[in-house]
Design a protein around this ligand. Sequence first.
Ligand code: ZN
Length: 246
Amino acid sequence: MRCLVISDIHSNLEAFEAVLSHAGPVDCTWCLGDLVGYGPDPNACVDLLRSRAHLCVAGNHDWAALGKLDLAEFNVDARLAAVWTQDNLTPENRAFLEALPKELPGPAPETFWLVHGSPCHPIWEYILDERSAVAAFRCADAAYCLHGHTHVPIVIRQAAQKGRERVTWAQPSGEPIALGPERMLINPGSVGQPRDGDNRASYLILDADALLIEHRRVEYPYQRTQSKMLSRGLPPRLATRLAFGL
Ligand code: ZN
């Protein structure tokens, strides 16, 4: 079984389409939240995901677009984009986002677990440092937890050392990575707003039979996304950052 694992599409249709065509045929699509927010095409992105067999969990920007989060917790640009998204979502897509769970098991629950932020706090928590990674391993039951939210592709392994809980971090190089033998936290990076200094859309292919993952990047016409954002009155800073992957 070959699965496309994506996260943080953020209403960026050009990036999402580029990822789907670059990934080629897959047996499943797993989405780790933040379908909407920031970008100019929330409905087209939700429609495109809904047109495929998929598993999907909710992210903080999905909740913001539904009015389920206090927007005071967002910075001013994210807040403006969330309000714009609230005003532009169709009732059908709003209902779709409303129905997204906070976390989901993969087909084998003891093997894969899907969340947006972390298994401890699925909507909001960032796995950014050793403390949050160690806690995430304690909260997760599955061997491999797939998560997004930071917009940075990463592989974190659990490494017990003389009884102390430790983790090791690796930035994926694009080469296939074998799953295990340690438990792992795996972030595919962001489709629609990468933040690791690389402006290409980021995603992951999971071969669930061979137990291999492969992080991939693909260029997309971000200038088209930028001009749509500006013509729809979204904050210019959100458009500018797409060119830099920041
Ligand atoms: Zn996000």
